[in-house]
Design a binder for this molecule. Structure first.
Ligand code: VGL
Ligand code: ZN
Length: 183
């Protein structure tokens, strides 16, 4: 059983947002098109309290209940079967979707017989990386959909290093074209 994971496609990570990823919104049509190929689509959202300690290292973003925390309006949310809320505690960075506090993602995937996870979203060098590495480490066959992710690249080479780290943890790379071709 395959599932599509959409990481943090939220207003604050898209152009105009508080922690914008350059061209972050450009992946959305790719993600929407991929949804047709999966019977299960799950999506994470950063959902921080206003006084989160996470904001000592990041500009305030995705504050619970604000527009910045909403999904980008281009994302096809109708297909999202389960939402994963993370970073919800004051001391909780919540980089990985497996740190979701509304459900236990590992249990959820087991219950739904998911053994292959295709990871898309924002940002390649933070939450996408943490989620993909956690998935692979938990024994799930994990794919990074390379044209359906975008990174921050705060330092030069961050995205490249993140992809290498994922590969070292057993994450495989795939393109959306290959997914649409094989399924
Ligand atoms: C993220 C930095 C801080 C992400 C979340 O979604 O990649 N990055 N919070
Ligand atoms: Zn955050």
């Amino acid at each position: 059983m395959k599932a599509l994971l959409v990481v943090d496609v939220q207003n604050d990570f898209c152009p105009g947002g508080a922690l914008a990823v350059a061209d972050g919104d450009k992946i959305i049509p790719v993600v929407n098109r991929l949804m047709d190929k999966f019977s299960l689509v799950i999506a994470s959202r950063d959902d921080h309290p206003g006084d989160s300690r996470h904001f000592e290292i990041w500009p305030a973003h995705c504050v619970h209940g604000t527009k910045g925390a909403d999904y980008h309006s281009d994302l096809n949310t109708a297909r999202i079967g389960q939402e994963l809320l993370k970073g919800t505690g004051r001391g909780d960075d919540g980089y990985s979707a497996f740190e979701a506090t509304n459900i236990d993602l590992e249990e959820y995937l087991k219950d739904h017989g998911v053994d292959e996870l295709y990871v898309t979203g924002l940002a390649t060098d933070y939450c996408v990386k943490a989620s993909a590495i956690d998935a692979a480490t938990k024994g799930i066959k994990t794919f990074l959909v390379e044209d359906a992710v975008k990174g921050v690249e705060a330092g030069q080479g961050d995205i490249k290093r993140a992809i290498q780290e994922m590969k070292n943890s057993g994450v495989r790379l795939i393109s959306s074209y290959e997914i649409r071709k094989i399924s």
